[in-house]
Design a binder for this molecule. Structure first.
Ligand SMILES: Cc1cc2nc3c(=O)[nH]c(=O)nc-3n(C[C@H](O)[C@H](O)[C@H](O)COP(=O)(O)OP(=O)(O)OC[C@H]3O[C@@H](n4cnc5c(N)ncnc54)[C@H](O)[C@@H]3O)c2cc1C
Length: 637
């Protein structure tokens, strides 16, 4: 299989405009004749569905939640990047482009990233027009703060609730179209298979999560916006309901899965407290604008933080990376925190934590200013830990947070299955081996508001397909496969809980394909995952029935997919014999211990093709060429 990215040739800065002018169009009267199925109502899904509805397409929009507003995007805290240069501090489209490519350790496609930086500017205007209450300066201008991997302030925010406010904006637009009759909204539906007819994505099979009934939906194109898969690790900052099932089932129908091992470990999360937890809580990266990260200089130092004088503290990020200080990118900050904890200098009862201290900022700016900037985050921290971060430093530790990997897409955001488009965190597109903070919201909204409305028209306008009804044999086969999977899970009636299996898989992945990876650990993990997967299919207990609301059944299906995805993550990490971004291979370090990239042999996107449950997947490579940026060793020192 040849991977064709469809990146336009010629100068980068005019590529998207040229491409748009060459894309096919669907005339307004014909748009309503096309049905587009949009799966997901997060920022990517809601913005796509609203925009396609507004254009006049007939849209079916589904999600697993009881309301589109519960999509995980609601949890995004810190902000959204845009190259507006409101601060007059030297920002530009070129700089956002460069920071993103460099932040991703030169493992992203140049043309996609440049387009993203260009579109970032329009996103803010769109959201302001919707009434999103971004923070403002006294004079009315939109306010900005800084995020990791940048030396400018380009992050727009609404306190620590940016995702919620952006989602309310997108939801308003979505509901306008529901009211106008262009969107049929179907909550509490879980997509469990993709239907492919004559090689094209023509529909989906879902389970109605309230009644348990299986439902078929046919369309002319499918747009998948189902979010990320960090919950494969069990403990992550993602919502417990986040999952990989939709992308995984599409992979099994022929869509290639790109860079599955690139998962982001976020440096500032509330540390793990014990085995009863169901998730971890993020403390936004925005806190590193004012919080200083430190540990005691000595591993023997057990004093309370307030009793440790400045001279006995190691502000290790400021020390090692003076140019970026506490605002180094996430992969760099996470590795540094792990390193000081591995040296025995971690704090708290588990010694797997570092301090994030606001004492300086409070002294300089006053408690009120800090409360205004981060009040809800401080409150959340106090509710969870029973410690007051205004008076004692927060304790934080890295945790799984975001998946840069996802289904492979071309420049038009189409997967290797014609008609199946993938947006937002579910695709692999723009962040390379490490995503910069505040750029996921930017990407999801760029995809939904500004890319798919053009590229889907090109796909539909190119024609070549006739009507397909849900009676087609391909729908019956897909439904039968789903039914069979559900029946198999319910029939096991074993002794162990779904949670036990997920916990065990998650901890194994965290150890072996988490912050650091090495060949023997990865090989061993593959064997262990397979053994655990076999045990799961023999001994898991899924209570209840299929024809009812059954949370256990939902979770069992997702965990079954995680076993297969977890194995692919290990394979991908094993294959990539270099360190890049989030992917630190212990064998590939410089003499100083820094990650060592291998551009000669690994400047490619790894795209995996499913070859059967017990057959090794096939690796395809999309070479990455850099003609506008010079490949360089990433340095934040
Ligand atoms: C705690 C936290 C804070 C964050 N803060 C920021 C930030 O400040 N800035 C930033 O840029 N990024 C941030 N991120 C990342 C960002 O929030 C996400 O990457 C982004 O919101 C993902 O949007 P999405 O639309 O792709 O997916 P989601 O918002 O996860 O939406 C997925 C949708 O798909 C639906 N769905 C899933 N599976 C199925 C299925 N099988 N069938 C049917 N429907 C399905 C769900 O119901 C949902 O509607 C944060 C992430 C976390 C976890």
């Amino acid at each position: 299989m040849t991977l064709t990215s469809h990146v336009p040739s010629g100068p980068l800065d005019t590529a998207w405009d040229r491409h748009k002018s060459e894309l096919k169009l669907v005339n307004p009267a014909n748009k309503r004749k096309y049905t587009v199925i949009v799966v997901g109502t997060g920022l990517a899904g809601a913005s796509a569905a609203a925009s396609l509805g507004e254009l006049g397409y007939n849209v079916v929009n589904l999600c697993i939640h009881d309301s589109p507003r519960r999509a995980h995007s609601v949890a995004a805290q810190g902000g959204i990047n845009a190259a507006k240069n409101y601060q007059n501090d030297g920002d530009s489209i070129q700089r956002l482009f460069y920071d993103t490519i460099k932040g991703g350790d030169f493992r992203a496609r140049e043309a996609n990233v440049y387009r993203l930086a260009q579109l970032s500017v329009s996103i803010i205007d769109q959201c302001v027009a919707q009434g999103v209450p971004f923070a403002r300066e006294y004079g009315g201008m939109l306010s900005n703060r800084s995020f990791g991997g940048a030396q400018v302030s380009r992050t727009f925010y609404a306190r620590g609730q940016t995702g919620q406010q952006l989602l309310l904006g997108a939801y308003g637009s979505l509901m306008r179209q529901v009211d106008a009759g262009t969107i049929r909204l179907l909550p509490q539906r879980e997509m469990l298979d993709l239907v492919v007819v004559d090689g094209r994505a023509r529909g989906i099979v879902c389970r109605n999560l309230v009644t348990g009934a299986l439902e078929r939906y046919a369309g002319d194109a499918v747009v998948l916006c189902t979010g990320g898969y960090s919950t494969v690790y069990f403990l992550s900052t993602n919502a417990v309901n986040s999952n990989a099932t939709a992308v995984w089932r599409c992979y099994k129908r022929g869509a290639l899965f790109a860079n599955p091992c690139f998962t982001q470990i976020h440096p500032t999360c509330i540390p793990v407290q014990g085995e009863e937890q169901s998730k971890l809580t993020l403390m936004s990266e925005s806190l590193r604008n004012d919080g200083r990260v430190w540990v005691p200089k000595s591993s023997d130092d057990r004093r309370a933080p307030k009793d440790i004088p400045e001279s006995d503290r190691d502000y290790f990020l400021e020390r090692i990376y003076p140019a970026f200080g506490n605002l180094v990118p996430r992969d760099v900050a996470s590795r540094a925190a792990k390193m000081v904890c591995d040296e025995g200098r971690g704090v708290g009862t588990t010694r797997l934590a570092v301090y994030l201290d606001f004492a300086d900022a409070i002294q300089r700016l006053g408690e009120d200013v800090i409360r205004e900037r981060y009040g809800n985050l401080f409150q959340m921290y106090e509710e969870i830990t029973a410690e007051d971060p205004y008076h004692a430093p927060m304790r934080i530790y890295p945790a799984p947070h975001y998946s840069m990997g996802g289904l492979w897409v071309d420049y038009n955001l189409m997967s290797t299955i014609p008609g199946l488009h993938v947006l937002g965190e579910a695709n692999f597109s723009d962040h390379g081996a490490n995503r910069l903070g505040a750029s996921a919201l930017m990407q999801g909204l760029a995809d939904g508001y500004f890319v798919i409305p053009y590229t889907i028209g090109h796909y539909l306008g190119s024609g070549g397909f006739g009507a397909v009804s849900t009676d087609h044999q391909a729908f019956r086969d897909a439904e039968h496969a789903v039914e069979e999977n559900v029946r198999r899970l319910l029939a096991i009636r074993g002794k162990r809980t779904i949670r036990e299996f997920h916990w065990q898989l998650g901890r194994l992945l965290w150890d072996r394909v988490g912050m650091a990876r090495k060949a023997d650990g990865l090989r061993d993990a593959i064997d262990k995952i397979r053994a655990l997967r076999e045990e799961f299919w023999q001994d898991v207990r899924v209570p209840g029935h299929g024809q009812e609301f059954n949370k256990s059944l939902e979770m069992a299906g997702r965990v079954a997919d995680y076993f297969e995805l977890g194995e692919l993550m290990c394979r991908d990490a094993l294959e990539r014999e270099e360190s890049c971004g989030c992917h630190l291979r212990d064998e590939h370090r410089t003499p100083e211990g820094d990650p060592k990239r291998d551009d000669e042999n690994y400047a490619f996107v790894a795209a995996w093709e499913y070859a059967g449950n017990d057959t090794a997947p096939r690796l395809h490579k999309e070479p990455l060429t850099f003609s506008n940026i010079q490949l360089a060793t990433r340095s934040y020192k």
